[in-house]
Design a protein around this ligand. Sequence first.
Ligand code: UDP
Ligand code: MG
Length: 314
Amino acid sequence: MKQELISIVVPCYNEEEMIPLFYKEMEVVRKLLSAEIEYIFINDGSSDETLSVLRELSKINNKRVRYISFSRNFGKEAALYAGLRNALGDYVTVMDVDLQDPPELLPKMFHLIKEENYDCIGTRRVNRDGEPPIRSFFAKRFYRIINQISETEIVDGARDYRLMTRQMVNAILEVTEYNRFSKGIFSWVGFKTKYLEFKNQERIAGETTWSFWSLLKYSLDGIVSFSEAPLAFASFVGIFSFIGALLMAIVIMSRTIIFDNPTSGWTSLVVLILGLGGLQLLCLGIIGKYLGKTFLETKRRPIYIVKETEKNNC
Ligand code: UDP
Ligand code: MG
């Protein structure tokens, strides 16, 4: 029987230090697997020597190591998409290069997906030790909120690290939206998924590219991509303040007619004007966010642009 192939998709952004460490670790795991492996590294427009490291690696082992180098930094989501698009395997796994996604889980994941007929084996961190507490706090809130307002379940602590069948990968490739929120897309396509739990691992070398603000922006993008609740909120605020205004008008008019006592003072007016003005701008902002996303989608720009692959490197 032909041996099955697992494609390992690894996005890399300024990871010159990590790639050799990752490769070494992964090669140990490879020997424990009963399947063949291909690596697909994606150089996401790194400004360090990541590309040279990848060229070197694919020269040494050009049967197994492939790479795709982008023309600029397109972000991890684009890198994942490029990897999935180019993977040839019967199974595909996506994994961070910083060893925060433990490669040693892979044999177990492969065993489960084959023996227990799952379509996907995902991984979940059970703790967030080693992460700044403020980041953990907001991450927890984010998962609570998005799961309340979105129909797509986003599992708390789930990593992008997962092993998927070809069928599931093809389904993900059908989702060609420009604003990609993979955590949502993985779950949106459905299929039978089991989550393995593991303890948080700290990055071995290099630095995380996520600042607090970029994470905040990422979570807002996730909400906009997978929920229309903010739009409903905008209409709700509108209806609510309209009813409020109507009640106030009745109260004021009755006071004037019955007690001949017009409301005095400008404080109430200023508060009303500022309050309502603020709410209007907030709602406009929410609509603007969705409009902006729609604008980007309708342009149908490519999700990534390739500058070089291992085929240029022979
Ligand atoms: N990454 C990428 N493009 C980017 C940012 C990150 O391909 O613009 C890759 C990075 O090289 C790593 C993975 O995505 O393999 C996760 O990044 P990081 O470790 O910075 O994120 P964290 O683990 O802190 O969430
Ligand atoms: Mg990391």
